[in-house]
Design a binder for this molecule. Sequence first.
Ligand SMILES: [Zn+2]
Length: 451
Amino acid sequence: MHRLTVNGQTVLLDCGLYQGRRKDAERLNRELPLRADSIEAVVLSHAHIDHSGKIPLLVKQGYRGPIYATPATVDLCDAMLRDTAHIQESDAVFTNKRQRRRNTGEPDVVPLYDHNDVDRTMPLFRKVPYHKVTSIVESLQYEPYDAGHMLGSSFVVLTHRDGPKTVRLAYSGDLGRPHLPIIRDPETPPPVDYLILESTYGDRLHSQQTEVAGKLAGIVNRTVQRGGHLIVPAFAVGRVQQLVLMLHQLTNAKQIPPIPIFVDSPLAVNVTAVFRAHPECFDEEARQFLDRQEDPFGFSTLQYIRDVEESKKLNGRQGPFIVISPSGMCEAGRVLHHLRNGVGDARNTVLITGFQAQNTLGRKLQSGMKRVNIFGDPTDVNAEVLSLDALSGHADRDELLAWLAPIAPTLKKVFLVHGEPDESAALAASIRERYKIEALPATRGANFVLA
Ligand SMILES: [Zn+2]
Protein backbone atom coordinates (compact mmCIF):
# COMPACT_ATOMS: atom_id res chain seq x y z
CA MET A 1 0.00 0.00 0.00
CA HIS A 2 1.34 3.41 -1.00
CA ARG A 3 -0.18 6.72 0.00
CA LEU A 4 -0.05 9.52 -2.52
CA THR A 5 -1.03 13.00 -1.35
CA VAL A 6 -1.90 15.62 -3.96
CA ASN A 7 -3.09 19.08 -2.87
CA GLY A 8 -4.22 17.65 0.46
CA GLN A 9 -6.15 14.80 -1.18
CA THR A 10 -5.11 11.25 -0.37
CA VAL A 11 -5.03 8.45 -2.93
CA LEU A 12 -4.01 4.89 -2.09
CA LEU A 13 -2.08 2.79 -4.57
CA ASP A 14 -3.05 -0.80 -3.71
CA CYS A 15 -4.12 -2.00 -0.30
CA GLY A 16 -2.89 -5.55 0.22
CA LEU A 17 -2.61 -8.15 2.91
CA TYR A 18 0.83 -9.03 4.22
CA GLN A 19 1.88 -12.61 3.56
CA GLY A 20 4.65 -14.31 5.51
CA ARG A 21 5.24 -15.48 9.06
CA ARG A 22 1.83 -15.93 10.71
CA LYS A 23 2.58 -13.83 13.76
CA ASP A 24 3.80 -10.85 11.69
CA ALA A 25 0.91 -11.21 9.26
CA GLU A 26 -1.65 -11.22 12.07
CA ARG A 27 -0.26 -7.97 13.49
CA LEU A 28 0.40 -6.12 10.21
CA ASN A 29 -2.92 -7.06 8.67
CA ARG A 30 -5.03 -5.76 11.55
CA GLU A 31 -3.49 -2.30 11.54
CA LEU A 32 -4.37 0.43 9.07
CA PRO A 33 -1.78 3.20 9.32
CA LEU A 34 -4.23 5.94 8.30
CA ARG A 35 -7.88 6.83 8.78
CA ALA A 36 -10.09 5.16 6.20
CA ASP A 37 -12.31 8.23 5.88
CA SER A 38 -9.29 10.43 5.07
CA ILE A 39 -8.84 8.71 1.69
CA GLU A 40 -10.39 10.12 -1.50
CA ALA A 41 -9.68 7.31 -3.96
CA VAL A 42 -8.03 3.90 -4.27
CA VAL A 43 -6.16 2.72 -7.36
CA LEU A 44 -5.70 -1.03 -7.61
CA SER A 45 -3.00 -2.43 -9.90
CA HIS A 46 -4.19 -6.06 -9.94
CA ALA A 47 -6.27 -8.57 -8.04
CA HIS A 48 -3.62 -10.54 -6.12
CA ILE A 49 -4.44 -10.53 -2.41
CA ASP A 50 -1.12 -8.96 -1.40
CA HIS A 51 -2.33 -5.94 -3.39
CA SER A 52 -6.12 -6.03 -2.92
CA GLY A 53 -6.77 -8.07 0.23
CA LYS A 54 -7.02 -5.22 2.70
CA ILE A 55 -9.59 -3.16 0.76
CA PRO A 56 -12.59 -4.72 2.58
CA LEU A 57 -10.95 -3.74 5.89
CA LEU A 58 -10.72 -0.20 4.58
CA VAL A 59 -14.45 -0.32 3.79
CA LYS A 60 -15.20 -1.91 7.17
CA GLN A 61 -13.45 1.07 8.77
CA GLY A 62 -15.53 3.59 6.83
CA TYR A 63 -14.07 4.06 3.35
CA ARG A 64 -16.83 4.87 0.82
CA GLY A 65 -14.89 6.33 -2.12
CA PRO A 66 -14.20 4.83 -5.56
CA ILE A 67 -11.75 1.98 -6.27
CA TYR A 68 -10.28 2.16 -9.78
CA ALA A 69 -9.18 -1.05 -11.52
CA THR A 70 -9.40 -2.82 -14.90
CA PRO A 71 -12.60 -4.80 -15.65
CA ALA A 72 -10.90 -8.22 -15.28
CA THR A 73 -9.34 -7.11 -11.98
CA VAL A 74 -12.74 -6.13 -10.61
CA ASP A 75 -14.28 -9.49 -11.59
CA LEU A 76 -11.33 -11.37 -10.11
CA CYS A 77 -11.63 -9.35 -6.89
CA ASP A 78 -15.24 -10.42 -6.57
CA ALA A 79 -14.13 -14.06 -6.40
CA MET A 80 -10.91 -13.51 -4.47
CA LEU A 81 -12.06 -11.10 -1.78
CA ARG A 82 -15.06 -13.35 -1.04
CA ASP A 83 -12.68 -16.27 -0.73
CA THR A 84 -10.42 -14.28 1.61
CA ALA A 85 -13.40 -13.23 3.76
CA HIS A 86 -14.43 -16.88 3.95
CA ILE A 87 -10.92 -17.87 5.09
CA GLN A 88 -10.94 -15.09 7.74
CA GLU A 89 -14.34 -16.21 9.01
CA SER A 90 -13.50 -19.91 9.19
CA ASP A 91 -10.09 -19.22 10.76
CA ALA A 92 -11.82 -17.24 13.51
CA VAL A 93 -14.37 -20.02 14.12
CA PHE A 94 -11.56 -22.58 14.31
CA THR A 95 -9.42 -20.49 16.68
CA ASN A 96 -12.34 -19.67 18.96
CA LYS A 97 -13.42 -23.31 19.18
CA ARG A 98 -9.89 -24.33 20.11
CA GLN A 99 -9.55 -21.57 22.70
CA ARG A 100 -12.83 -22.55 24.36
CA ARG A 101 -11.93 -26.23 24.32
CA ARG A 102 -8.60 -25.50 25.97
CA ASN A 103 -10.17 -22.99 28.34
CA THR A 104 -7.46 -20.46 27.57
CA GLY A 105 -9.66 -17.58 28.74
CA GLU A 106 -8.50 -15.55 25.74
CA PRO A 107 -11.09 -13.27 24.13
CA ASP A 108 -12.74 -14.48 20.93
CA VAL A 109 -10.97 -13.68 17.68
CA VAL A 110 -12.94 -11.44 15.32
CA PRO A 111 -12.39 -12.04 11.59
CA LEU A 112 -10.42 -9.28 9.90
CA TYR A 113 -13.51 -8.78 7.73
CA ASP A 114 -16.41 -10.90 6.54
CA HIS A 115 -18.59 -11.42 3.46
CA ASN A 116 -20.80 -8.44 4.43
CA ASP A 117 -17.77 -6.16 4.17
CA VAL A 118 -17.03 -7.58 0.72
CA ASP A 119 -20.68 -6.96 -0.26
CA ARG A 120 -20.17 -3.32 0.67
CA THR A 121 -16.81 -3.18 -1.16
CA MET A 122 -17.77 -4.45 -4.60
CA PRO A 123 -20.12 -1.57 -5.59
CA LEU A 124 -17.27 0.90 -4.94
CA PHE A 125 -15.21 -0.50 -7.84
CA ARG A 126 -15.01 1.53 -11.07
CA LYS A 127 -13.99 -0.48 -14.14
CA VAL A 128 -11.37 1.34 -16.21
CA PRO A 129 -10.10 -0.41 -19.37
CA TYR A 130 -6.42 -0.21 -20.34
CA HIS A 131 -5.48 3.26 -21.69
CA LYS A 132 -8.64 5.03 -20.63
CA VAL A 133 -7.44 8.22 -18.95
CA THR A 134 -9.57 8.96 -15.90
CA SER A 135 -9.57 11.90 -13.54
CA ILE A 136 -9.60 10.44 -10.02
CA VAL A 137 -9.19 13.48 -7.79
CA GLU A 138 -8.75 17.14 -8.66
CA SER A 139 -5.67 17.66 -10.87
CA LEU A 140 -4.72 13.96 -10.88
CA GLN A 141 -5.27 11.60 -13.80
CA TYR A 142 -4.83 7.86 -13.91
CA GLU A 143 -4.15 5.56 -16.85
CA PRO A 144 -3.72 1.77 -16.59
CA TYR A 145 -1.29 -0.08 -18.91
CA ASP A 146 -1.00 -3.86 -19.32
CA ALA A 147 1.62 -5.13 -16.83
CA GLY A 148 1.65 -8.69 -18.21
CA HIS A 149 1.68 -10.15 -14.71
CA MET A 150 -1.76 -11.77 -14.42
CA LEU A 151 -5.20 -11.43 -16.00
CA GLY A 152 -6.20 -7.75 -15.82
CA SER A 153 -2.92 -6.66 -14.20
CA SER A 154 -1.84 -3.09 -14.76
CA PHE A 155 0.95 -0.68 -14.11
CA VAL A 156 -0.47 2.75 -13.60
CA VAL A 157 0.63 6.19 -14.72
CA LEU A 158 -0.51 9.12 -12.58
CA THR A 159 -0.28 12.62 -13.97
CA HIS A 160 -0.52 15.64 -11.69
CA ARG A 161 -1.15 18.99 -13.41
CA ASP A 162 -0.56 22.12 -11.44
CA GLY A 163 -0.83 25.12 -13.77
CA PRO A 164 1.90 24.76 -16.39
CA LYS A 165 3.72 22.18 -14.26
CA THR A 166 3.22 18.45 -14.75
CA VAL A 167 4.58 15.64 -12.60
CA ARG A 168 4.23 12.05 -13.77
CA LEU A 169 4.54 9.05 -11.50
CA ALA A 170 4.38 5.42 -12.61
CA TYR A 171 3.68 2.56 -10.23
CA SER A 172 4.62 -0.82 -11.63
CA GLY A 173 2.29 -2.89 -9.45
CA ASP A 174 3.71 -6.33 -10.12
CA LEU A 175 5.51 -6.44 -13.42
CA GLY A 176 5.24 -9.57 -15.56
CA ARG A 177 7.55 -10.94 -18.18
CA PRO A 178 7.50 -11.72 -21.86
CA HIS A 179 6.02 -15.00 -23.16
CA LEU A 180 3.92 -15.98 -20.13
CA PRO A 181 1.03 -18.29 -21.05
CA ILE A 182 -2.44 -16.75 -21.62
CA ILE A 183 -1.68 -13.08 -21.01
CA ARG A 184 0.03 -10.46 -23.13
CA ASP A 185 3.58 -9.20 -22.54
CA PRO A 186 4.14 -6.11 -20.38
CA GLU A 187 3.67 -2.86 -22.27
CA THR A 188 6.39 -0.27 -22.71
CA PRO A 189 5.93 2.53 -20.19
CA PRO A 190 5.58 6.17 -21.31
CA PRO A 191 8.08 8.78 -20.07
CA VAL A 192 7.60 9.62 -16.37
CA ASP A 193 9.47 11.60 -13.72
CA TYR A 194 9.22 9.09 -10.88
CA LEU A 195 8.77 5.35 -10.69
CA ILE A 196 7.72 3.04 -7.88
CA LEU A 197 9.08 -0.31 -9.05
CA GLU A 198 8.57 -3.80 -7.69
CA SER A 199 11.76 -5.74 -6.89
CA THR A 200 10.57 -9.25 -6.01
CA TYR A 201 13.33 -10.79 -8.16
CA GLY A 202 15.62 -7.77 -8.13
CA ASP A 203 18.72 -9.92 -7.81
CA ARG A 204 17.79 -13.11 -9.62
CA LEU A 205 17.40 -14.45 -13.12
CA HIS A 206 14.71 -16.93 -14.18
CA SER A 207 15.30 -19.73 -16.61
CA GLN A 208 13.90 -19.19 -20.08
CA GLN A 209 10.13 -19.24 -20.37
CA THR A 210 10.43 -21.07 -23.70
CA GLU A 211 11.88 -24.17 -21.99
CA VAL A 212 9.12 -24.46 -19.44
CA ALA A 213 6.72 -26.71 -21.38
CA GLY A 214 9.44 -29.25 -22.10
CA LYS A 215 10.54 -29.18 -18.49
CA LEU A 216 6.98 -29.71 -17.27
CA ALA A 217 6.53 -32.64 -19.67
CA GLY A 218 9.78 -34.19 -18.38
CA ILE A 219 8.66 -33.88 -14.76
CA VAL A 220 5.23 -35.39 -15.48
CA ASN A 221 6.72 -38.31 -17.44
CA ARG A 222 9.34 -39.10 -14.81
CA THR A 223 6.72 -39.16 -12.05
CA VAL A 224 4.45 -41.38 -14.15
CA GLN A 225 7.32 -43.83 -14.75
CA ARG A 226 7.87 -44.09 -10.99
CA GLY A 227 4.16 -44.83 -10.53
CA GLY A 228 3.76 -41.77 -8.35
CA HIS A 229 1.60 -38.71 -8.56
CA LEU A 230 2.33 -35.05 -8.91
CA ILE A 231 1.28 -32.52 -6.28
CA VAL A 232 1.33 -28.99 -7.61
CA PRO A 233 0.75 -26.21 -5.08
CA ALA A 234 -0.33 -23.25 -7.18
CA PHE A 235 -1.89 -19.84 -6.83
CA ALA A 236 -5.57 -20.25 -7.68
CA VAL A 237 -5.45 -17.13 -9.77
CA GLY A 238 -3.22 -17.16 -12.79
CA ARG A 239 -0.86 -20.02 -12.05
CA VAL A 240 -3.58 -22.69 -12.06
CA GLN A 241 -4.88 -21.46 -15.42
CA GLN A 242 -1.36 -21.28 -16.91
CA LEU A 243 -0.65 -24.85 -15.82
CA VAL A 244 -3.99 -26.05 -17.18
CA LEU A 245 -3.32 -24.39 -20.53
CA MET A 246 0.17 -25.90 -20.76
CA LEU A 247 -1.01 -29.36 -19.74
CA HIS A 248 -3.76 -29.00 -22.36
CA GLN A 249 -1.15 -28.25 -25.03
CA LEU A 250 1.14 -31.08 -23.87
CA THR A 251 -1.77 -33.54 -23.87
CA ASN A 252 -2.88 -32.42 -27.36
CA ALA A 253 0.71 -32.85 -28.60
CA LYS A 254 0.93 -36.28 -26.88
CA GLN A 255 4.03 -35.13 -25.00
CA ILE A 256 2.46 -36.42 -21.78
CA PRO A 257 0.22 -39.49 -21.38
CA PRO A 258 -3.52 -38.87 -20.86
CA ILE A 259 -3.43 -39.22 -17.06
CA PRO A 260 -6.16 -37.71 -14.86
CA ILE A 261 -5.55 -34.08 -13.88
CA PHE A 262 -7.46 -32.54 -10.99
CA VAL A 263 -7.78 -28.87 -10.17
CA ASP A 264 -8.82 -29.04 -6.54
CA SER A 265 -10.09 -25.64 -5.44
CA PRO A 266 -13.48 -23.93 -5.48
CA LEU A 267 -11.70 -20.59 -5.88
CA ALA A 268 -9.78 -21.83 -8.92
CA VAL A 269 -13.09 -22.95 -10.45
CA ASN A 270 -14.63 -19.50 -9.94
CA VAL A 271 -11.53 -17.70 -11.15
CA THR A 272 -11.27 -19.86 -14.26
CA ALA A 273 -14.80 -18.70 -15.10
CA VAL A 274 -13.56 -15.09 -14.86
CA PHE A 275 -10.67 -15.95 -17.21
CA ARG A 276 -13.15 -17.35 -19.73
CA ALA A 277 -15.15 -14.10 -19.50
CA HIS A 278 -12.15 -11.90 -20.35
CA PRO A 279 -10.64 -13.05 -23.66
CA GLU A 280 -9.81 -9.37 -24.34
CA CYS A 281 -6.81 -9.92 -22.03
CA PHE A 282 -5.55 -13.02 -23.89
CA ASP A 283 -2.41 -13.28 -26.00
CA GLU A 284 -2.29 -14.86 -29.48
CA GLU A 285 -1.64 -18.37 -28.19
CA ALA A 286 -4.71 -18.43 -25.94
CA ARG A 287 -6.82 -16.88 -28.69
CA GLN A 288 -5.92 -19.76 -31.00
CA PHE A 289 -7.94 -22.07 -28.76
CA LEU A 290 -10.93 -19.77 -29.09
CA ASP A 291 -10.48 -19.61 -32.87
CA ARG A 292 -10.73 -23.41 -32.93
CA GLN A 293 -13.75 -23.09 -30.63
CA GLU A 294 -11.84 -25.06 -28.01
CA ASP A 295 -11.98 -24.18 -24.30
CA PRO A 296 -8.36 -23.44 -23.28
CA PHE A 297 -9.23 -24.32 -19.69
CA GLY A 298 -11.08 -27.60 -20.29
CA PHE A 299 -10.19 -30.98 -21.85
CA SER A 300 -11.20 -34.62 -21.40
CA THR A 301 -8.61 -35.70 -18.78
CA LEU A 302 -9.09 -32.58 -16.67
CA GLN A 303 -11.53 -32.39 -13.79
CA TYR A 304 -12.29 -29.40 -11.58
CA ILE A 305 -13.18 -30.20 -7.96
CA ARG A 306 -15.38 -27.91 -5.93
CA ASP A 307 -16.81 -30.40 -3.43
CA VAL A 308 -14.72 -31.21 -0.33
CA GLU A 309 -15.82 -34.89 -0.33
CA GLU A 310 -14.57 -35.26 -3.91
CA SER A 311 -11.30 -33.69 -2.79
CA LYS A 312 -10.94 -36.20 0.07
CA LYS A 313 -11.39 -39.09 -2.38
CA LEU A 314 -8.06 -38.12 -3.95
CA ASN A 315 -6.33 -39.13 -0.71
CA GLY A 316 -6.82 -42.82 -1.39
CA ARG A 317 -6.26 -42.63 -5.12
CA GLN A 318 -3.55 -44.89 -6.63
CA GLY A 319 -1.50 -44.54 -9.80
CA PRO A 320 -0.34 -41.60 -11.79
CA PHE A 321 -2.34 -38.41 -11.64
CA ILE A 322 -1.75 -34.71 -11.19
CA VAL A 323 -3.40 -32.60 -8.53
CA ILE A 324 -3.11 -28.82 -8.78
CA SER A 325 -4.25 -27.09 -5.63
CA PRO A 326 -3.79 -23.89 -3.62
CA SER A 327 -2.46 -22.30 -1.62
CA GLY A 328 0.54 -21.49 -3.72
CA MET A 329 2.83 -21.11 -0.71
CA CYS A 330 1.37 -24.19 1.06
CA GLU A 331 0.26 -22.11 4.04
CA ALA A 332 -3.41 -23.06 3.90
CA GLY A 333 -5.98 -24.72 1.67
CA ARG A 334 -6.54 -28.17 0.29
CA VAL A 335 -2.98 -28.65 -0.90
CA LEU A 336 -1.98 -29.25 2.72
CA HIS A 337 -4.04 -32.46 2.75
CA HIS A 338 -2.45 -33.61 -0.49
CA LEU A 339 1.01 -32.83 0.87
CA ARG A 340 0.35 -34.65 4.14
CA ASN A 341 -0.69 -37.71 2.17
CA GLY A 342 1.95 -37.49 -0.52
CA VAL A 343 5.28 -36.05 0.62
CA GLY A 344 6.34 -39.21 2.41
CA ASP A 345 6.34 -41.31 -0.78
CA ALA A 346 9.54 -41.18 -2.85
CA ARG A 347 7.61 -41.99 -6.05
CA ASN A 348 5.74 -38.69 -5.85
CA THR A 349 6.77 -35.21 -6.96
CA VAL A 350 5.99 -31.88 -5.39
CA LEU A 351 6.23 -29.19 -8.02
CA ILE A 352 6.62 -25.63 -6.73
CA THR A 353 5.37 -23.15 -9.32
CA GLY A 354 5.58 -19.71 -7.80
CA PHE A 355 7.30 -17.36 -5.43
CA GLN A 356 7.63 -18.72 -1.88
CA ALA A 357 7.86 -16.12 0.88
CA GLN A 358 10.28 -16.59 3.78
CA ASN A 359 9.05 -18.91 6.55
CA THR A 360 6.27 -20.48 4.49
CA LEU A 361 5.92 -24.26 4.14
CA GLY A 362 6.44 -23.86 0.40
CA ARG A 363 9.81 -22.17 0.98
CA LYS A 364 10.85 -24.93 3.41
CA LEU A 365 10.02 -27.65 0.88
CA GLN A 366 11.72 -25.69 -1.89
CA SER A 367 14.89 -25.29 0.14
CA GLY A 368 15.10 -29.07 0.58
CA MET A 369 14.06 -29.56 4.21
CA LYS A 370 13.63 -33.26 4.89
CA ARG A 371 11.21 -32.87 7.78
CA VAL A 372 8.46 -30.25 7.89
CA ASN A 373 5.41 -29.52 10.01
CA ILE A 374 2.06 -30.09 8.29
CA PHE A 375 -1.03 -29.36 10.41
CA GLY A 376 1.38 -29.17 13.36
CA ASP A 377 2.70 -32.71 12.81
CA PRO A 378 6.34 -33.37 11.89
CA THR A 379 6.28 -35.07 8.48
CA ASP A 380 9.15 -36.68 6.54
CA VAL A 381 9.73 -35.44 3.01
CA ASN A 382 10.75 -38.26 0.65
CA ALA A 383 9.03 -37.06 -2.50
CA GLU A 384 11.08 -35.29 -5.15
CA VAL A 385 10.65 -31.52 -4.77
CA LEU A 386 11.16 -29.42 -7.90
CA SER A 387 10.59 -25.81 -8.90
CA LEU A 388 9.41 -24.32 -12.17
CA ASP A 389 10.61 -20.78 -11.66
CA ALA A 390 10.16 -19.93 -15.33
CA LEU A 391 6.42 -19.66 -14.71
CA SER A 392 7.00 -16.79 -12.34
CA GLY A 393 4.68 -13.90 -13.01
CA HIS A 394 7.40 -11.46 -11.94
CA ALA A 395 10.08 -9.99 -14.15
CA ASP A 396 13.60 -10.99 -13.08
CA ARG A 397 16.50 -8.54 -12.66
CA ASP A 398 17.41 -8.26 -16.33
CA GLU A 399 13.76 -8.03 -17.39
CA LEU A 400 13.15 -5.23 -14.89
CA LEU A 401 16.20 -3.37 -16.17
CA ALA A 402 15.13 -3.88 -19.78
CA TRP A 403 11.59 -2.63 -19.08
CA LEU A 404 13.10 0.47 -17.51
CA ALA A 405 15.46 1.22 -20.41
CA PRO A 406 13.11 3.33 -22.60
CA ILE A 407 12.13 5.64 -19.72
CA ALA A 408 15.50 5.82 -18.00
CA PRO A 409 16.61 9.03 -19.79
CA THR A 410 13.84 11.13 -18.21
CA LEU A 411 13.53 9.42 -14.83
CA LYS A 412 14.48 11.46 -11.79
CA LYS A 413 14.17 8.80 -9.14
CA VAL A 414 13.15 5.15 -8.67
CA PHE A 415 11.70 3.74 -5.45
CA LEU A 416 12.05 -0.01 -5.00
CA VAL A 417 9.21 -1.82 -3.25
CA HIS A 418 7.72 -5.34 -2.97
CA GLY A 419 10.97 -7.19 -2.42
CA GLU A 420 12.93 -8.72 0.40
CA PRO A 421 15.63 -6.23 1.55
CA ASP A 422 18.52 -7.91 -0.30
CA GLU A 423 16.60 -8.03 -3.57
CA SER A 424 15.57 -4.36 -3.35
CA ALA A 425 19.06 -3.18 -2.46
CA ALA A 426 20.63 -5.18 -5.27
CA LEU A 427 18.19 -3.84 -7.85
CA ALA A 428 18.75 -0.28 -6.62
CA ALA A 429 22.49 -0.77 -7.13
CA SER A 430 21.98 -2.22 -10.63
CA ILE A 431 19.77 0.73 -11.65
CA ARG A 432 22.24 3.29 -10.31
CA GLU A 433 25.11 1.59 -12.06
CA ARG A 434 23.44 1.07 -15.43
CA TYR A 435 21.32 4.21 -15.78
CA LYS A 436 22.96 6.66 -13.36
CA ILE A 437 19.53 7.32 -11.80
CA GLU A 438 18.89 7.79 -8.10
CA ALA A 439 17.34 4.51 -6.94
CA LEU A 440 16.52 3.58 -3.38
CA PRO A 441 14.56 0.94 -1.49
CA ALA A 442 11.44 2.51 0.09
CA THR A 443 11.03 1.16 3.57
CA ARG A 444 7.75 0.97 5.45
CA GLY A 445 6.61 4.44 6.55
CA ALA A 446 9.18 6.42 4.51
CA ASN A 447 7.96 9.69 2.92
CA PHE A 448 9.17 11.44 -0.22
CA VAL A 449 8.32 14.72 -1.93
CA LEU A 450 7.84 14.45 -5.71
CA ALA A 451 8.24 17.76 -7.45
ZN1 LIG B 1 0.83 -9.99 -8.10
